[in-house]
Ligand binder design. Sequence first.
Ligand code: CA
Length: 228
Amino acid sequence: MRILIVEDEKRLADALGEILKEAKYTVDISYDGESGYDNAASGIYDGIVLDIMLPKKNGLDIVRDLRKADHIATPVLLLTARDSVDDRVKGLDSGADDYLTKPFAPQELLARIRAMTRRQGEVVLDELSFGDLTLNLSGHSLHCGSKEVRLGLKEFDIMRMLLTAPKTILPKEELLIKIWGTESDAEDNNVEVYISFLRKKLFYLGSRVEITTVRRVGYYLTDTAENS
Ligand code: CA
């Protein structure tokens, strides 16, 4: 499971990141509201831990925009320093799923995240499809007819992003940031390597779906049966 933490108090953010990583979550951290919002809007997360008081864009505005403008339903756990009824009500009204008042025990954070992502699991789609291809979201496997292959974590994340809007170009830059994170020193080649892994798997499956490259821009999916 992939969790986004948006918290401007760097020490707290990093400590939360460590707690979640120890609990086997994949974690990304944004230290301000603007980059937090950009990351959250990718829709690749299973849950978001969101501080309310943030520079550039506050937590309440982030949830509201995610829900209304981007139609992103990722569960959000709000962190609030103030134990104010007003904040909690505003938070839940804006579309957050739960809130936690600072300071809190690590166990409580983990319990809330488990509950929140479990609720999400009940309503969320378990698969994404395009052409003769189906991606199983909980099993991380790609299916075509009676054949299936398991995907590695990065392969899965890339395929999920491609399948979310198959015919729209997915910019290479966006893939780098969303999959490798802003702080990693991953390069363009990494993306190409993983795209080539995925192409081999599509070939193995005998799928009529192909990953089409737009040179220096990005990738999209083509259903070859539609073009013939
Ligand atoms: Ca803050």
